[in-house]
Design a protein around this ligand. Structure first.
Ligand SMILES: [Zn+2]
Length: 156
């Protein structure tokens, strides 16, 4: 199984192709948007290994989800003691981090890559409400990063 670093390095080839297209076709001129799209692409390239409890992406996503859930519970159910907040956070974190999953299972399939890319694009669309053209662009760039992961796993 290639490490997350190898996946990022391999994905840089995909990023280079993407940037080449963007600049030669003049699709986007805004550097901040391009930077953000590259970041999404790199994240997607690491995402499939979320099915491995030891993976770095799993650690990060567990941390983000546990913080979000704890924050949500604390605000909505007025948890006032710090101790119960900390214990709740730790339990949620451990549950997500070590939930048993099969490596190279669902997240390493093509159909999942299409659904994941669409779902993530949709979340950003809910926030930014960008036009259809940008929707396609976000979708394709996330999918592009995701495919780089699946392809590298297939050939190694
Ligand atoms: Zn993988």
């Amino acid at each position: 199984m290639p490490s997350w670093k190898i996946h990022l390095i391999f994905d840089l080839i995909f990023v280079a192709v993407f940037l080449g297209l963007i600049f030669s076709l003049g699709l986007i001129n805004n550097l901040i948007t391009i930077f953000f799209l590259v970041l999404l692409n790199l994240t997607a390239a690491l995402f499939p290994d979320i099915d491995t409890p030891k993976s770095r992406i799993r650690a990060y996503v567990s941390l983000i989800l546990a913080s979000a859930v704890t924050g949500f519970l604390a605000v909505n159910f007025s948890v006032d003691s710090v101790i119960s907040g900390v214990i709740g956070f730790a339990l949620i974190y451990l549950a997500i981090r070590f939930f048993p999953t099969e490596h190279r299972g669902a997240t390493h399939t093509l159909w999942f890559s299409f659904i994941f890319s669409f779902a993530l694009t949709f979340v950003f669309w809910l926030i930014f409400r960008f036009p259809g053209f940008e929707f396609c662009l976000y979708y394709l760039i996330i999918l592009w990063g995701y495919l780089s992961h699946i392809i590298l796993d297939k050939i190694t």
